[in-house]
Design a protein around this ligand. Structure first.
Ligand SMILES: [Fe+2]
Length: 351
């Protein structure tokens, strides 16, 4: 958390950390099972459970500190399920004494961004107008600049990316390919062809441009890797704070497919990518442009297009993982020379 003002003075960051550890430790496995059950009442997709759960913990954290946000329906449902399963109701710290312990907006507390769409929508509303002359858009862009700056201050530039040799065994890669064959036989994933015009999306504090590829969805092998406690612990250690699995997918690239330069959405603070089949071209990362503000990045992609000059090309070997803080670092994948399938695992922090 960055620019907030604390009512309680010097002990503030310790208080915040203690409160965060407390909400992080609430065990909700039984709620997750109920929401995910194939024959159950809810049947939420796995990424929705992960993301609503993190937002519910954030809401509890703020509630504990005396900040009474009005939660969206998904969080109210999660709270109701938690309480009916025996979790004590959201409480307020006795230290709060009737007033908030901290004067911090949601954005100041969580500059990495909200993980559910209702939380995003309640924060800012994007207006499809001429950005160059729209004062309201300019104001949103200034807020977006503040959040991005706060977010970048949470990261260590020397840890913007790292390689993980032998992330998966040859046998695991073969198991992944079995997942992929099932998904290809009954496609439910999303394909992107075209996408948004290059620019800065103030809703998500993210750079966008055109892409062409397919998100095939996850499978049991990929989910198992995603949730591997040793892997989650390693990513958390690299990031210097606990990270949580949010979503994962197999990505298919046909010849000529590409990802224009972009930054990832809040649910993907860290991407961990590895090759399953084929020989994907490099992931180009624009490390030198990471520190620029949204207005600069907006101009940059409008002028330079999907694949600006510069950047650093990472080629990762079969079974090797590339971890990238893609929420911060603009990145692109150049048009592919051949078909390839990639595993993509995404993680975000509660705080
Ligand atoms: Fe990305």
């Amino acid at each position: 958390m960055s620019t907030a003002t604390w009512a309680s003075g010097a002990d503030a960051s310790a208080l915040f950390r203690t409160a965060a550890d407390r909400v992080r430790a609430i065990d909700v496995q039984h709620i997750r099972d109920a929401l995910y059950a194939p024959g159950g009442s809810y049947r939420w997709p796995r990424h929705r459970i992960n993301e609503v759960e993190l937002e519910w913990r954030r809401w509890r954290l703020r509630h504990h500190l005396g900040l009474r946000d009005e939660p969206p329906a998904s969080i109210r449902l999660y709270e109701r399920l938690a309480v009916s399963a025996g979790v004590p109701p959201a409480d307020v710290s006795p230290l709060a004494g009737g007033g908030p312990l901290v004067d911090a907006t949601y954005d100041q507390m969580f500059p990495q961004g909200p993980l559910i769409i209702r939380a995003v929508k309640s924060r800012v509303v994007r207006r499809p107008t001429d950005h160059e002359v729209d004062e309201e858009y300019a104001a949103l862009l200034r807020e977006s600049s503040g959040r991005r700056s706060d977010y970048l201050s949470m990261l260590d530039p020397s840890g913007y990316y790292w390689h993980m040799p032998d992330l998966i065994s040859a046998a695991t890669a073969r198991e992944c390919m079995k997942d992929v064959e099932v998904l290809l036989a009954a496609p439910r994933g999303e394909s992107f062809a075209g996408g948004p015009q290059p620019g800065w999306d103030v809703e998500h504090d993210a750079l966008v441009s055109r892409s062409m590829n397919a998100y095939l969805g996850a499978g049991p092998t990929l989910i198992k890797i995603h949730e591997d406690p040793a892997l989650v612990a390693e990513i958390s250690a690299r990031m210097g704070r606990p990270m949580h699995p949010t979503r994962c997918t197999y990505l298919r690239y046909e010849k000529g497919d590409y990802l224009g330069v972009h930054t990832d959405q809040p649910t993907c603070e860290v991407s961990l990518l590895f090759t399953i089949a084929g020989d994907p071209g490099p992931m180009r990362s624009y490390l030198d442009e990471t520190g620029h503000d949204p207005a600069w990045l907006d101009r940059w992609v409008r002028e330079a297009g999907n694949f600006p000059d510069g950047g650093l090309d990472f080629v990762y070997q079969p079974r090797e993982g590339l971890a990238l803080t893609g929420r911060a670092v603009p990145h692109a994948r150049l048009p592919q020379a051949e078909r390839a399938v990639i595993g993509a695992l995404f993680y975000s922090g509660l705080t």
